[in-house]
Ligand binder design. Structure first.
Ligand code: FAD
Length: 421
């Protein structure tokens, strides 16, 4: 049987990981069908485009790799083969120029995902990709074929190898709902529970703060937790706090809340002022002015910043210049719960790395590969998420194509060890 007569490699999930897996498998000469539950591919990629599509990061590779924390060793081979540099080169070849922003983050010149996705899909179709949208994977039939729910009823598809690139569980309305976890667990695959990553947190605001300040930005603010400090932006929400600086600390905050029931985040509400400057300003005589007007006039502590001080501090601290200055520079805020994974930017947890071999094939289910956010890693925002999805997608696509080709040659008489033509 030649390659064209055998069943295709079926990739399930047309996000960045699945699309890159398709590209790699097609490049190796394998026929590929890419299935997705949604009516069109790449919905989360398109959403990421609304924020400018932060593709990757330009920092030195060692620092880049360290962003994946204790999963850095597991991801290193894939990111070494296809990391930030290769990703930018790939985008350029696709006709999408990229640039490095002032933060070192890398974006497409047009700051959108749609042109990249459109051009990429066109190129994949020219390379022979078959797309099957509105195909929701349901698991396996007894004969090993893949079960899909489609608008025309359930269908069974045979695959020479299968790549799962089903994403995590954030923003389920875009297609990735984590429904795969139970299907793999039934087959004995160890999956770390999916948990919110790059997420907001609940604080439990007073009614006054919630009503008057939800949506208000804290900018700039420096947040600290467990020895890490991040200067950036945060936003007051109905129930707590979200935003880039919060997301950057979300993994240790989430884990601390899981372990202790709450976590204390420290806020520097005046990162550009020294504590001494604040203390001198706040110690100026207040005269007949109200405390609010004194905070505003002496140290420009107004709006949501002043409201937070009233929310957290007791009157004795508010009335003492030295203690107040110290609190503005180091305000403790108790976080009581992460927001649900459905609202998060990404998911932590997934298929454990000891379940897959170096080609991302499940050791217990030969011929089944996994890539992207459904593997057990997490990373902050900054382009690290997409880069690892592309890198693992590419490795799984290559791995599946090699596996199919090896299986085919070992079933060809004469190619089996000990047999002659
Ligand atoms: C608001 C937002 C902004 C973001 N911005 C950035 C950014 O700027 N930079 C960055 O690096 N990352 C960003 N991310 C994260 C990034 O988009 C994800 O990490 C990435 O899309 C994950 O890729 P994936 O291919 O693993 O999964 P996904 O993109 O989630 O794709 C999975 C696909 O699988 C399909 N699927 C799921 N279950 C089934 C099933 N049973 N049957 C068939 N199909 C199924 C889904 O429909 C989906 O198309 C952002 C995320 C969000 C939510």
């Amino acid at each position: 049987m030649n390659a064209q007569d055998s069943p295709p490699i079926i990739i399930i999930g047309a996000g960045p990981a699945g699309l890159m897996a398709a590209e790699a498998a097609l490049a190796a000469g394998a026929p590929v069908t890419l299935c997705d539950a949604m009516p069109s591919p790449g919905r989360k990629l398109l959403l990421a485009g609304r924020g400018g599509l932060n593709l990757t990061h330009s920092e030195p590779f060692d620092r880049f790799l360290a962003r994946y924390g204790d999963r850095a060793p597991a991801l290193q081979p894939y990111l070494t083969a296809f990391g930030p540099e290769q990703l930018r080169h790939w985008a350029t070849e696709l006709g999408i120029d990229t640039f490095v922003g002032s933060s070192g983050r890398v974006f497409p010149a047009e700051l959108k995902a749609a042109p990249l996705l459109r051009t990429w899909l066109r190129r994949l179709k020219c390379a022979g990709l078959r797309m099957a949208v509105r195909h929701r994977w349901l698991g396996w039939n007894d004969d090993g074929t893949l079960r899909f729910a489609t608008p025309d009823g359930e269908v069974a598809l045979a695959a020479s190898a299968t790549i799962l690139a089903l994403g995590g569980a954030s923003w389920p309305q875009l297609g990735s709902d984590g429904g795969w976890v139970a299907k793999l667990a039934e087959r004995g695959i160890a999956v770390a529970p999916l948990a919110p990553s790059n997420c907001g947190f609940d604080v439990g605001w007073s009614e006054v703060l919630r009503r008057r300040f939800s949506g208000a930005p804290l900018k700039p603010v420096t947040l600290s937790f467990a020895g890490a400090r991040v200067k950036g932006e945060a936003t007051i929400t109905e129930s707590g706090l979200e935003g880039g600086a919060v997301y950057a600390l979300s993994a240790p905050l989430r884990d601390a809340i899981a372990a202790h029931g709450a976590a204390t985040l420290r806020l520097d509400l005046k990162p550009d002022w020294s504590e001494e400057r604040l203390r001198l300003a706040l110690a100026k005589p207040r005269g007949s002015r109200s405390l609010s007007s004194h905070l505003a006039r002496s140290a420009d502590l107004t709006g949501v910043v002043a409201a937070l001080l009233y929310e957290v501090l007791n009157p004795a601290v508010l009335a003492d210049a030295a203690r107040l200055a110290a609190a503005v520079k180091d305000l403790p805020l108790t976080l009581i719960a992460p927001r649900p994974v459905a609202e998060a930017i990404s998911s932590a947890g997934g298929i454990r790395f000891d379940e897959v071999n170096e080609r991302l094939m499940l050791r217990r289910l030969p011929g089944l590969f996994a890539a992207g956010e459904m593997l057990d890693w997490e990373a902050p925002t900054g382009g690290y998420l997409l880069t690892a999805c592309f890198a693992t997608g590419r490795a799984a696509g290559q791995g599946a194509a090699e596996w199919v080709s090896a299986a085919r040659s070992s079933s060809t008489p004469g190619d089996r060890p000990g047999e002659s033509r």
